[in-house]
Design a protein around this ligand. Sequence first.
Ligand code: NAP
Length: 451
Amino acid sequence: MNEVANNAAKSGVWGVDRPIGVAVLGMGTVGAEVVRILRDHAEDLRNRVGAPVVLRGVSVRNLDKDRGLPAELLTTDSESLVARADVDIVIELMGGIEPARGLIKAALDAGKSVVTANKALLAVYTGELAASAENNRADLYFEAAVAGAIPVVRPLIQSLSGDRVNKVVGIVNGTTNFILSAMAETGADYHDVLAEATRLGYAEADPTADVEGYDAAAKAAILASVAFHTRVTSADVYREGISKITSEDLETAAAVGCTVKLLAICERVTEGPEEGGKESISVRVYPALIPRKHPLAAVNEAYNAVVVEAENAGRLMFYGQGAGGAPTASAVMGDLVMAARNKFYGGRAPGESVYAELPIASIGETPTRYHVNLQVADRAGVLEAVAGEFAKHGVSISTVRQEGHDDVGARLVVVTHHAQESALADTVAALAELDSVTSVTSVLRLEGTEE
Ligand code: NAP
């Protein structure tokens, strides 16, 4: 033990005679790996923290499963485990809202620090839990709740705390990235790839939370909160999933040098000077075209990546394994060491920072570029009629391409400049009414261009 640690041990309650006690709630995919690391690396942890870190107990639902742990460490009574006098830090890895929320609150109210990976809970209840942490001088850490092993929450909260973050855009759901990557690579249909993803264990039996974007939306809410010092919950996040993406969409994307990714986008939106330059934030999750040269286009299979753009730091990219037992446990253990060191040396984790209280822009007010595919009659004047509808609704066109023509007509691909969602929706509705337009075959957003 070094001199500082020695002094801390002398003055504080923790040390060789009083280890830092840890309770783990849940021993599934992530919890089992956390318990393994806690036990296998006890000596390293002790050296890194300054005092021994000891597992006091693990709560589960089913005591009959063989978990390779002494029976006295296992319990189904999470409340009593959290309340034990020799438990200083609670690691919540059971997932879901209740009983996780009540247990975390009970721990924080008792002055115990909490580490959790529970994005669904945090995306709704961070305010309440952070208040309990603040009132009781306890820590609430949640690095593992976003993008598994990838350090992104702490860089935003701490490393970039002296900068001004303008945008965070990420691929934060491995299941959907696996599906979209496989569709792009093989040309296979969404449902076939989803079935394969389920067979390989990349998708859950009920894939809704992943494929409909709920999981990514919860992560986007957490990222936006910490990036913009504003409380953002899941309900504030505009969300579309990937279940309507077709193999034709991926083909079209490839033809224009793009690929399709499910993006979580958190960005500052500043209105023009005529509106007083009012600043708000837009938080949204949807599948979008991105140019192949964009750094996120190279993120394939189940990998995650987050790109942060800050005023002074410029563009930073974080890449790695966004899920899985051991990778997620790595992030949990990092938080545990921070919480344990804070106990030992008397420090505190940064609390929730929501001073900016920026308004959340609706999706209708959020400017984005669009890629609109139309099936049209192959005759003179069609282009003019189509372009006229865009102009009428104030949507400026960047490029128009006509692709082939056959008995049923021709295909027009229109790429717009930045336009508001509401103006684009009105344009699409008007296009569908034109005699010369057979159908609007797809409307995809285009992100990650310089413009
Ligand atoms: P999991 O495999 O389903 O494990 C959940 C564990 O919690 C199981 O051991 C279960 O007990 C226990 N549990 C559930 N309800 C309980 C209750 N009421 N009382 C006591 N124990 C209870 O979940 P996971 O995949 O490890 O995920 C845990 C958390 O990490 C979730 O919040 C998840 O969103 C987050 N996360 C997971 C990943 C990942 O890759 N899996 C990545 C990032 C974040 P039994 O074993 O007896 O059923």
